[in-house]
Design a protein. Structure first.
Length: 255
């Protein structure tokens, strides 16, 4: 039985001498894998259409086991991202996040639309560091660990929020920060935040990425935000990204 779904290629893995197994994030089926027979042959009709970031309609035979890919109708290829190694690395990190948290054959159309919007913003020239912060916040939310940024996680105070309590999962006000530091030994997981960082976290957690305009942040603020989120992800999700490691090395070489 022939069926069609829309999706974006996350990963292509070689199988045997001539074939590939393709993993896509689809609009209606969540993660989905295809067997692409003969796709590594020089004359294959699939040769240049199964690379990561390719958004397409995939026509396949539904059967027991792995679906067999029959045809690919490309919608968009994100060529600007492919031509820039740094942008490719950012996008690869995001797709690795998708594969980490999204389930097979369970639709998540809101998250699918979010990722497409993020890739389009990246291609348009929006600051990749800010986009990555938004993607990581969405990653944390999708995984069920959404931090409390609205008020102090201890006393619910709305003012004087001064730090991010990583293990507790949210902001602390000045009074509670002092109490926590006296009560807990692991104070290295209480990260001080400038008032601007507190404000930016609140904005980024709820912003519609498709409507994101130009955002200008100092590198100091970006580093504070990135350190906080990476520590949170490391502690709660235990996610070690190969793509993020490559990205960090490339960014160091650019500096």
């Amino acid at each position: 039985m022939l069926k069609t779904l829309e999706g974006i290629v996350l990963r292509a893995r070689n199988y045997g001498d001539n074939d590939k197994i393709i993993t896509v994030f689809s609009k209606t089926e969540g993660l989905f894998s295809f067997f692409a027979k003969g796709s590594r042959k020089i004359r294959s009709r699939f040769l240049n259409v199964l690379e990561p970031f390719t958004r397409a309609y995939f026509l396949y035979f539904k059967k027991k086991g792995l679906a067999s890919l029959n045809q690919v109708d490309v919608i968009y290829t994100y060529n600007k991202l492919r031509k820039d190694l740094i942008l490719t690395s950012y996008a690869s990190y995001w797709l690795e996040i998708v594969e980490k948290i999204q389930e097979y054959k369970i639709a998540n159309q809101a998250f699918y639309n979010f990722i497409l919007a993020a890739l389009h913003k990246l291609e348009e020239g929006t600051d990749p560091e800010i986009l990555t912060l938004i993607v990581e916040l969405k990653f944390i939310e999708q995984a069920g660990y959404k931090p409390v940024f609205k008020q102090c996680i201890s006393c619910n105070c709305l003012e004087n929020l001064v730090s991010f309590a990583i293990l507790q999962g949210g902001f602390l006000c000045r009074n509670c920060e002092e109490k926590f530091k006296k009560r807990f030994k692991e104070t290295n997981f209480i990260i001080p935040l400038a008032a601007k960082s507190v404000y930016i976290f609140k904005v980024l957690q709820h912003i519609n990425i498709a409507n994101l305009g130009k955002v200008f942040l100092s590198q100091k603020t970006k580093e504070q935000l990135k350190e906080s989120l990476q520590t949170f992800i490391s502690q709660h999700l235990q996610f070690k990204s190969k793509a993020k490691k490559v990205l960090n090395e490339l960014v160091k070489l650019e500096c």
